[in-house]
Design a protein around this ligand. Structure first.
Ligand code: FAD
Ligand code: SIN
Length: 547
């Protein structure tokens, strides 16, 4: 058993920033299932939202966030995040992140994205995430108090309740936040040796990112398999608003481009959406045109593609001079050029793709979950900031602000030694006989989630999806019980769990709001109500529904 003050699972912006804020005072173990920079954070393009301009205000940032969130944002949390944004950006600048400056070098250049009433996105050209990720990861690698474990995948959390004899009985609701259900660490598979190690920690932080890989088409990297959400759910945490999956309107449409985003700042700087005949169509969908919030733009594109039988629509930035394009979007320009598309001369073919999980593990304003000593930060969490639809560039900001509040909360605790934890028991499993079940199930899941639980939903499509998930889960659970675990099996099991939570949440929302649009329930109810799933009552909820 290895022992640390804090175990952080995930090396994206949430994990790295929390680790650096803790490491002066605590021993930290940072676990990452691939290499340290293999994260969604590294892929972020547009930037970080913060009120930095004189003509902007915190109230306006809060209002834009609430408007995008469709009535489901927590106003107190939103205000707290907007107020901390400037400090969070200054912290990054102190760490050495080189944000793009204005042409006259008088300050930082601020760009614009959909739903924002002001220019307030600080960025490093169109590779903001890479600049932030690599700056912080270099600091993490050099810190003497941080033990970095790359190529290690967390399998499950270890809780006091799981270790006690009452593990199979439903605990009383009073178990939330009590020592009886505290998190004590996690089991982690060393992917190189194939051994599962036990890591004990006084506090455990889930910073495992989103779940975009549950869909066939996504802007997300391969690591985004919802592991943290699934682990927290199995351990007894509530999840909220899982139905609100954000589809980014403009992912590059090209047979050889896997998951390449065309940043919203291309529209922010004047890019226009067009049909193949060159006509604009946003005029018919929303007054805010190309800069309407993402749910509106993604639905408009989906509508036009289905109505006209199109494979894609086009994003046209040809009005801007080449020098402007090269200065503002160097990465997008070069990447498109590598596929034979010169965006200064040709409109960019684009389609919507799954981009961001607005829901996740329920937390308070310090990132604390229902389980004592377990925190959830970044995309895996549902803090109340995003409501029914996240405002562009509020995600990196959320990672930073909650990394700070969670670290402060952890630092305020009195240190306690960890108890001895049980080892992972592999005595009853054998090597897997064939891997085809994993690849086939993964493919099937992502395809029907795209077709049945996508941008536009119906009751029938959702219940079909749920039926299939139940069948696949039964097969995969059996496989999991009988064979040695592998990275792919762990991820598939988690993806199926998260898919079920998304579909259950979508089924329970009998209205359309934000990112959840149902043809059978197109109305928006007067009272916004979050969808909260409780694992403690989940089985009885399903039984009641079946009955
Ligand atoms: P991630 O950065 O995804 O990191 C997750 C980490 O957890 C990884 O290290 C992963 O390996 C690890 N992990 C996961 N499961 C396990 C496990 N079981 N065991 C061990 N390790 C595990 N947001 C903005 O605000 N502005 C933008 O401009 C922006 N652009 C984006 C562009 C793209 C293409 C994408 C995909 C997203 C963008 N977003 C943007 C969203 C934003 O990047 C993410 O929401 C954010 O980076 C999530 O950070 P995170 O730290 O929560 O997770
Ligand atoms: C983008 O650059 O379009 C992505 C920004 C975000 O997801 O916040």
């Amino acid at each position: 058993m290895q022992q640390f003050d804090v175990l952080i699972i995930g090396s994206g912006l949430a994990g790295l920033s929390t680790a650096l804020r803790l490491a002066e005072h605590k021993t930290v173990c940072l676990v990452s299932k691939r290499s340290i920079n293999d994260t969604a954070s590294d892929w972020a393009q547009g930037g970080i939202a913060a009120v930095l301009a004189d003509d902007d205000s915190i109230e306006s940032h809060v209002q834009d966030t609430l408007t995008a969130g469709g009535g489901l944002c927590d106003e107190t949390v939103t205000k707290m995040v907007a107020e901390h944004a400037k400090g969070a950006v200054e912290w990054l600048i102190d760490q050495g992140v080189g944000f793009t400056r204005t042409a006259d070098d008088q300050g930082f250049h601020l760009t614009r994205e959909g739903g924002h009433s002001h220019r307030r996105i600080i960025h490093a050209a169109d590779t903001t995430g890479h600049a932030v990720q690599t700056t912080l990861s270099e600091k993490v690698k050099q810190h003497p108090n941080i033990t970095l474990m790359e190529n290690h995948i967390a399998v499950d959390l270890i809780t006091a309740r799981k270790m006690s004899s009452s593990a199979n009985q439903p605990p009383p609701a009073s178990d939330y936040h009590s020592d009886a259900n505290a998190c004590l660490g996690a089991y982690v598979l060393d992917k190189t040796s194939g051994k599962v190690i036990t890591i004990a920690a006084q506090n455990t932080v889930l910073a495992t990112g989103g779940a975009g890989k549950v869909y066939l088409y996504t802007t997300n990297p391969d690591i985004s398999t919802g592991d943290g959400m699934a682990m927290a759910w199995r351990a007894g945490c509530r999840v909220a608003n899982m139905e609100f999956i954000q589809f980014h309107p403009t992912c590059l449409f090209h047979p050889h481009a896997k998951s390449f985003l065309i940043s919203e700042v291309v529209r922010g700087e004047g890019g226009l959406l067009k049909l193949p005949d060159g006509s604009r169509f946003m005029l018919e969908h929303d007054d805010r045109l190309e800069l309407a919030p993402r749910d509106v733009v993604a639905r408009a594109i989906d509508f036009e593609m289905k109505k006209r039988g199109l494979d894609c629509v086009y994003l046209d930035i040809r009005d801007k001079p080449l020098a402007f394009i090269e200065a503002h979007f160097p990465n997008i320009y070069q990447r498109c050029l590598s596929y034979g598309i010169d965006i200064s001369k040709t409109p960019i073919p684009v389609v919507p793709a799954a981009h961001y999980s607005c829901g996740g593990i329920m937390t308070d304003d310090k990132g604390r979950t229902d389980i004592k000593h377990l925190y959830a930060l970044g995309e895996t969490a549902c803090t109340g900031l995003h409501g029914a639809n996240r405002l562009a560039s509020n995600s990196l900001l959320e990672c930073l602000v909650f990394g700070q509040t969670a670290a402060a909360d952890i630092l305020s605790q009195v240190a306690k030694p960890s108890p001895q934890l049980p080892y992972w028991d592999e005595s009853r499993v054998t090597d897997a006989d064939e891997e085809v079940l994993i690849t086939h199930t993964w493919d099937e899941l992502r395809r029907f989630m795209w077709n049945y639980v996508g941008i536009v939903r119906t009751d029938k499509r959702l219940s079909r999806a749920l039926h299939r998930i139940h069948m696949l889960r039964a097969e995969v659970d059996e496989f999991y019980s009988n064979f040695k675990i592998s990275n792919d099996l762990i991820e598939l099991r988690n993806l199926l769990q998260v898919a079920q939570l998304i579909v259950e949440s979508a089924i329970s929302r009998k209205e359309s709001r934000g990112l959840h649009f149902s043809k059978d329930h197109p109305q928006t109810e007067a009272e916004p109500i979050p969808t909260v799933l409780e694992p403690l009552n989940y089985d009885s909820l399903l039984e009641r529904k079946a009955g």
